[in-house]
Design a binder for this molecule. Structure first.
Ligand code: 5RP
Length: 262
């Protein structure tokens, strides 16, 4: 069945599979958003069904909540969980310090709150997500709809003195309408090409009154699991300073591929 997946999906599949192995009984687990995180949710659902794995999941979007319920994972809110043992999520970019750009799927706010509430954050990705310097992927920021054009102007002004290469900003659309996050906010995508000082930019953006949160995840990620289409997985642990490699079998249960929609 995995033979039908594209090379990039195979890479996401194996990274998610390796991360699913980190989940143990009675854990409270933050469930990320996006196509890689959707594989993780399916793998966990498979473990719930076949092994009787007992976990409670805190989803980072309404999309992930739907999928998690569909595969049989018990869902609780972050208010119920308060703190989490582990969060597993995807990313749009990661660098050598495991700093990230997230928010390509528009869920960065819940993703960041959930990550900050987690004992351990593991990012799952294909190798194309690794960059020398963050910024080629447009940086999403979540903004309040009230006065969003003014917020955009103020962000443009901020970028003039920021250590970035590009300064174009676009409002994310959903067809003819502005995209709405689960909180009803808009997303501005900042086309910066290269972010010289991600920590400084993250702090400056969050000082703007209309900005709710930005997609730079600084010092939040503990491990990145990088998947490759041939089944290899590489785990980089920033705290231990280790890199390890192993392999995931690409032959999988049919249940993982049932049409649930994510
Ligand atoms: C959603 C995210 C995703 O984790 C990020 O966009 C990666 O998505 P994918 O796994 O589909 O490449 O941040 O807000």
């Amino acid at each position: 069945m995995t033979g039908e997946l594209s090379p990039i999906d195979k890479a996401k599949f194996v990274a998610a599979r390796r991360a699913a192995d980190l989940v143990e009984n009675d854990m409270r687990v933050g469930l990320g958003t996006g196509s890689t995180a959707a594989w993780l949710v399916r793998h966990l659902g498979e473990r719930v069904q076949s092994e009787g794995l007992r976990i409670q999941g805190v989803p980072t979007s309404s999309r992930t909540a739907r999928l998690a319920r569909d595969v049989g994972i018990e869902i609780i809110s972050l208010d119920e969980a308060k703190m989490l043992d582990l969060t597993i999520d995807g990313a749009d970019e990661f660098d050598a310090d495991l700093n990230l750009i997230k928010g390509g799927g528009g869920a960065l706010l819940q993703e960041k709150i959930v990550a900050a509430a987690s004992e351990q954050v593991v990012i799952i990705a294909d190798a194309a997500k690794e960059v020398g310097t963050l910024g080629a992927f447009p940086l999403p920021i979540e903004v309040i709809p009230f006065g969003w054009t003014t917020t955009q102007m103020l962000v443009e002004e901020l970028l003039v003195s920021a250590d970035v290469m590009g300064r174009k900003i676009t409002l994310r659309m959903n067809g003819e309408e502005p995209f709405r996050t689960d909180e009803g906010n808009h997303i501005l995508d900042l086309h910066l090409s290269r972010i010289g000082n991600a920590r400084q930019l993250a702090m400056a953006l969050n000082q703007m009154p209309g900005v709710v949160e930005n997609g730079l995840f600084i010092d939040l990620c503990d491990k990145v699991i990088v998947g490759y289409p041939d089944g290899r997985v590489e785990t980089r642990d920033i705290n231990a300073g280790t890199v390890s490699e192993d392999r995931v079998d690409l032959v999988e249960d049919e249940n993982l591929f049932s049409d649930l929609g994510d």
